[in-house]
Design a protein around this ligand. Structure first.
Ligand SMILES: [Zn+2]
Length: 239
């Protein structure tokens, strides 16, 4: 089903058909959302705070739409659902005010109706009705993780991350510190710039690619510093 979207100041009448919400945990990286991989999540290990998102299926303007919302909005909806003794059939006027981080949704209960349309299974929720892809943890267990970009060096870095994700995150933070950068910010920028190349790659490969990238930059900087030192020493000898 298509995603439900509001323009600023718009009110929509929304009828909820899901009996339960679907929950997922994400990180905002370079303006895009990235799934949180739970115990193995690299963004969590780098200290980035994850955010919980909720979605329910609705009928809005006579059309099936998926409504994805932030935790704060879900809290309001959950109270209404509890008072109405169920989520399915709740009809609301939803008003959106403000933009971006200042966006606020006001939920006004219109009533409760019977739900004629059966709610799809939670695993089938979301844009286009496609099932959510298997999580990183599931792929790791099934041995179906895709190959890592960056050749042997990328693969080595990925193996290191898979063996000891915590250690790799600490190592990565150290590399960034030596470059005078904050690891969380630098990773966000890297993934934002690398864009399409790494957006669909699993989290281990994303961190591995970033480690390789930072190592290469640090090596170049160190090589430059070593060259300068040799030049200074030569100047002294020749003076
Ligand atoms: Zn995470």
């Amino acid at each position: 089903m298509p995603w439900l979207k509001w323009t600023d100041g718009e009110t929509k009448r929304v009828k909820i058909i899901s009996t339960e919400p679907f929950q997922k945990v994400i990180h905002w990286v370079g303006g895009r959302s990235m799934d949180c991989h739970g115990s193995l999540c690299q963004m969590c290990k780098l200290g980035d705070r994850s955010a919980v998102r909720w979605s329910v299926e609705t009928v809005t303007d006579g059309e099936g739409m998926t409504w994805e919302m932030a935790n704060m909005v879900w809290k309001d909806l959950a109270v209404i659902a509890e008072n109405q003794k169920g989520l399915a059939g709740v009809v609301l006027d939803v008003i959106r005010k403000g933009m971006a981080r200042e966006t606020r949704y006001t939920l006004i209960l219109v009533g409760k109706e019977d739900v004629a349309v059966p709610a799809p299974a939670s695993g089938e929720l979301g844009g286009g009705g496609a099932a959510y892809p298997p999580s990183y943890d599931e792929q790791l267990r099934a041995g179906t993780l895709p190959p890592v970009p960056g050749g042997d060096r990328g693969q080595e870095a990925a193996d290191r991350v898979r063996r000891d994700a915590g250690g790799a995150a600490v190592y990565c933070k150290g590399l960034c510190e030596r470059l005078g950068e904050d690891a969380r910010v630098a990773l966000g920028i890297f993934l934002g710039e690398a864009g399409k190349a790494y957006a669909k790659v699993e989290a281990t490969a994303q961190l591995a690619a970033f480690i390789t990238h930072q190592e290469t930059r640090l090596e170049a900087e160190e090589l430059e510093a070593a060259k300068e030192k040799v030049e200074v020493d030569l100047d002294k000898l020749l003076a």
